[in-house]
Write a protein that binds this ligand. Structure first.
Ligand code: CA
Length: 357
């Protein structure tokens, strides 16, 4: 560092005397640059901007010692190659959702969303104060990737349809964009699940390449203009009751960081995990109002009988997936146990309260 820069830095931080002056100068010499690849279109509301926030937090909290640059889907690698890019070290970080990586490990899906599973609040409880985080790390360990929860959408919407869904048979032959375990459930209901990155949904729906889609919720669905491509907007998002977004960190790159920067990376993820959930809660209600009152969207609840059938199929799917390998079974058992216990508490707290409000 040049002398005049050093004086400027030291002066700005008010550290003009004593041996502590040397500390920032020594750190400033070792600037580290990381790339963060994402599965989202660049700057996409909530998801892309959440990734941007994460990068900015790490850069700011480290005083610029660790600079993170964000790349949207396709800028450095395509959306669904984010995991591999972080695993290889092409990028040191990634931001996405773990159900995109079921091809790597079936267990990965449990850390994003399980149909009729945990809500956002319950999911965070399992991850941070149950065995969730530990098991997630174990799942990604063979790939040299460290996961962190880094965002949550809250309860999603069931999606956009051009036909009414009155009975389960209306799902028969339906080609729908729906990822993860939810997609497997649709398959059992007679539909054809398609996995598409967000950026390709609108055109696919508009051109009829798919008949229906789910994406996230009002805030994000409005941003993609999905109301211009489908007639009916169904709720609730039975397949994604509180989807966790993830940060992926290359293990070698993380291990090479000093302890304080490791802590900054981990804690920045925690901040973004909570911040994104509050953002979705605030923006979804405004966007829902716009969709219904301005764009006259036909908002409908899935019939109880359809939801009952989807729940039954979901339990079958999750059970079958859990039987595929030892790691998935272990994750499923932990998830299931936590789900049962926390449901008892949620029934006498959130659920009971929401019913009487
Ligand atoms: Ca979704």
């Amino acid at each position: 560092m040049k002398r005049r820069d050093f004086i400027k830095t030291a002066g700005a931080s008010g550290l003009l005397a004593g041996s502590t002056v040397m500390a920032p100068a020594v750190h400033a010499k070792s600037k580290i640059k990381w790339k963060m690849v994402t599965t989202w279109p660049k700057n996409f509301p909530g998801l892309g901007t959440g990734a941007n926030n994460l990068a900015k937090l790490i850069t700011d909290m480290s005083g610029g010692r660790l600079k993170v640059k964000v790349y949207g889907a396709k800028e450095l690698v395509p959306a669904f190659e984010v995991f591999d890019a972080v695993s290889r070290g092409t990028a040191q970080m990634g931001h996405g959702a773990s159900y995109y990586w079921k091809g790597k490990s079936e267990a990965a899906q449990f850390f994003a969303a399980v149909p009729f599973g945990l809500t956002a609040q319950e999911m965070n409880a399992w991850l941070y104060h149950g065995d969730g985080m530990k098991l997630w790390q174990e799942t990604y360990q063979p790939f040299g990737v460290i996961p962190a929860a880094a965002g949550n959408t809250g309860v999603q919407m069931a999606g956009w349809f051009n036909r009414e869904i009155n009975t389960v048979s209306d799902l028969n032959g339906l080609k729908m964009r729906i990822p993860g375990l939810g997609g497997e459930v649709l398959k059992r209901a007679g539909g054809t699940p398609v996995s598409l990155p967000g950026g390709e949904i609108f055109t696919s729906l508009k051109t009829g390449a798919i008949d229906a889609t789910e994406w996230v919720g009002p805030y994000n669905d409005l941003a993609f203009g999905l109301h211009k491509a489908a007639k009916y907007y169904y709720y609730p998002g039975w397949h994604e009751p509180g989807t966790t977004l993830e940060a992926l960190i290359n293990q070698q790159a993380f291990n090479a960081l000093p302890k304080d920067l490791q802590s900054i990376v981990s804690n920045a993820c925690k901040v973004v995990n909570q911040d994104m959930l509050t953002e979705y809660t605030a923006r979804n209600q405004m966007a829902l109002d716009t969709l219904v009152n301005k764009h006259k969207v036909d908002l409908r609840k899935l019939p109880d009988k359809v939801l009952d059938k989807l729940k039954q199929l979901s339990h079958e799917v999750v059970n079958d997936v859990a039987a595929k390998d030892a790691m998935t079974k272990k994750v499923y058992q932990s998830f299931n146990k936590f789900n049962k216990q926390v449901s008892n508490w949620s029934a006498v707290s959130e659920l009971a309260y929401l019913k009487v409000r």
